[in-house]
Design a protein around this ligand. Sequence first.
Ligand code: GAL
Length: 405
Amino acid sequence: MKRLIIIAKLVFLCAVLVHAQKIENLALTPPMGWNSWNCLRTSITEEKIKSIADAMVSTGMKDAGYEYIVIDDGWMTGERDQDGHIVVDSLKFPNGMKALADYIHSLGLKFGIYSSPGCYTCQKLMGSLGHEQIDANDYAEWGVDFLKYDWCKYPNTMQEAKLTSQTDCRGAFELMRDCLYKTGRPIVLSINERCAGFSKDRSDWVRSVANMHRTSEDIKDNWEQMLHCLETTADLWEIAGPGYWNDPDMLEVGNTVSEKLYGGISDKKMNLPEYQTHFSMWCMVAAPLIAGNDLRYMSDEIIQILTNKEVIAINQDPLGKQGRRIRDDGDLEVWCKKLSGNRKAVALLNRSSEPADMEVSWDELGLKGKLKVRDLWKHQDLGEFKDSFKGEGILPHEALVLLIE
Ligand code: GAL
């Protein structure tokens, strides 16, 4: 028996060495969690991250499906020790990364971390270039479950990073994918490939490398920028599916704290209905749901948006289809997401500044007959409708989200 186990282990090791690849059966639905960047920037500490993890549980976010607590840029120093290991910022994280991971795991949550393929991260701290396997091994040892692998200062500066060819860029991400695979730990890989500008060209390879891939520049707590990020995923619907998701960046829902701390654009900050629309559309396009607000300070309204289980179910539907815009009448748009069980989710999105009536026909959804319609924000069955449904008086910047079956 022992011999058999040893042989099986050797076969596995050879398979790993000969054919490094993306880990199977990970991120079968869009990852859900929280990331520190949008609200805390680099002012992260062990205490803050632990209390945010606590809040993920106490506010009902964990029950609603959120699981990853991801620390973004700023956890490391600009140095490596004599054995090549990255030196953690011990002022911010006095007990190191493993202790933090253990705490997060003890709450039934998962732990995510950040790095960049170049010499430095965007914040000029230590990146992974030349030390990819050491870093991957450290992550595995600490208990990391998710890696956000950004694109900054590659190999040395942002300027050089922008000039890197697609091939070299792809190589840098494949290298980390392979290093993670070799650790044997299932770590979700989130990449941000912006070497050649954001384009459709890379859609043939990002799926084979990562579990999620940033499609836009950084989101802001701003209606226009949020829509811009959404737009960048619209044409990429075909490549999304179980194991790979297009990522229009993290959520800004309820992100008021960062504004006070870092001087955001307060006059353009989204209001509650806009936050709700932002959340609805991320669910429609099967985007990862990574909250970016400070979970310790949430109003009831924000909690209700982030934990609406009916809307989240659209995002997490096992079929894994990204929703598509099926009609674009200027500021009035109809989006449709195919769901399991022959059901469809529809968003009637009013981008204009006037209330609007919006109709969707069963024909354009590829459906027929008398169908049940449910409003997923009102949590209300609206009745059975033949041939079409008309949403009346949809408010400016509001999206009516319907389940049709
Ligand atoms: C940017 C990235 C942000 C954040 C930041 C950290 O490149 O888009 O989401 O990670 O770096 O420095």
